[in-house]
Design a protein around this ligand. Structure first.
Ligand SMILES: Nc1ncnc2c1ncn2[C@@H]1O[C@H](COP(=O)(O)OP(=O)(O)O)[C@@H](O)[C@H]1O
Ligand SMILES: O=c1ccn([C@@H]2O[C@H](COP(=O)(O)O)[C@@H](O)[C@H]2O)c(=O)[nH]1
Length: 302
């Protein structure tokens, strides 16, 4: 970061100030999309290409977290309904919004956090298998409704929406739920028609408009994934540069269309060039239909 930023208050995307030891705040990327659109697969590919997947958890620079760890605990009556496929896991009320928000805030402050796994066979949080999320440079947070809650949406430095058509998603969900989530065909189809499809249309699909980047065809879109990976690489390199404050938010929350307001003096030349490269690539890919890029109008906090 150039000298021009010395003395600036470092801020989380929602405007909260960061001070002292807390400045090693990660760059937080939200990854939304319908069920079985390929959100986890996209995150996995990003991690693999960055050489993070095979790395020890404590050493990773990039980590991925699922929104499923923030389903709220069900009452006995709700659990009984869930076992019969009669509970709506696709409604925003199924999630613990406050816990999700507080945990993401902790992550943004550079704290180590522990979150439960999720057991789809019992429809419950798995406190026996707690996941320890060590402070990282980049955190991917994926889930069907990660852009639904405004307070949470505002925490992301970058928002991706994995846009896979609904036939493909259903065709992938059926075998996945049968083979990996302990369901039978009837239950999967009934849940899909009763809850999943209507909730996607009402709550998930409308959040696509908040995305900075829309990835058509999910993990098949290798061009888009390569671009995102390159973008993250640039930021990781920038962060490790001598003189960098290590604050990703200052680096990322930019309206690229308004690049006239910044020049090589505003950030270091490396940063500036990376942003220009990203902007140019996005425009090209947009034209090729590999990628839809929108500037982040919600996050003007530099
Ligand atoms: N591009 C793809 N081609 C074939 N199968 C895929 C592809 N992307 C995902 N899948 C499969 O579809 C299912 C759902 O993918 P997943 O990444 O778990 O979606 P989500 O996280 O959005 O629910 C998984 O079984 C996964 O292996
Ligand atoms: O106990 C549960 C909890 C969730 N679901 C379904 O999971 C998907 C969200 O996960 P994806 O990996 O994004 O598909 C959601 O559509 C819920 O319906 C479930 O079936 N049971």
């Amino acid at each position: 970061m150039g000298d021009s930023n010395k003395g600036d208050t470092l801020r989380l995307p929602n405007g909260d100030a960061l001070t002292g030891d807390e400045v090693k705040s990660p760059f937080l990327i939200g990854v939304a999309g319908g069920t079985a659109s390929g959100k986890s697969t996209v995150c996995k590919k990003i991690m693999e290409q960055l050489g993070q997947a095979e790395m020890d958890h404590t050493q990773r620079q990039v980590v991925a977290i699922s929104q499923d760890s923030f389903y709220r605990e069900l009452t006995a009556a709700e659990k009984a309904k869930a076992q019969k496929g009669l509970f709506n896991f696709d409604h925003p009320d199924a999630f613990n919004e406050e816990l999700m928000y507080d945990t993401l805030q902790d992550i943004l402050k550079g704290h180590k956090v522990k979150i439960p796994g999720y057991d789809y066979r019992t429809n419950s949080l798995d406190f026996e298998n707690m996941l320890v999320i060590y402070p990282a440079d980049v955190v991917l947070f994926e889930g069907i409704l990660v852009f639904y809650f405004p307070k949470i949406r505002d925490l992301f430095h970058m928002k991706l929406f994995v846009d896979t058509d609904s036939d493909t998603r259903l065709a992938r969900r059926v075998p996945r739920d049968i083979n990996e989530r302990g369901r039978d065909l009837d239950a999967v189809l009934t849940q899909y028609m009763t809850f999943v499809k209507p909730a996607f249309e009402e709550f998930c699909s409308p959040t696509k408009k908040f995305a900075d980047v829309i990835i058509p065809r999910g993990a098949d879109n290798t061009v888009a994934i390569d671009l995102i990976v390159q973008h993250i690489r640039d930021f990781l390199n920038n962060r490790s540069r001598p003189g960098s404050t290590g604050n990703m938010a200052l680096y990322m929350n930019l309206d690229l269309n308004a690049s006239g307001i910044m020049g090589p003096d505003h950030f270091g030349n490396g940063t500036y060039n990376a942003i220009r490269r990203f902007s140019t690539l996005c425009k090209e890919l947009n034209m090729q239909g590999n990628f839809f890029f929108d500037t982040n109008k919600n996050l003007p906090h530099h």
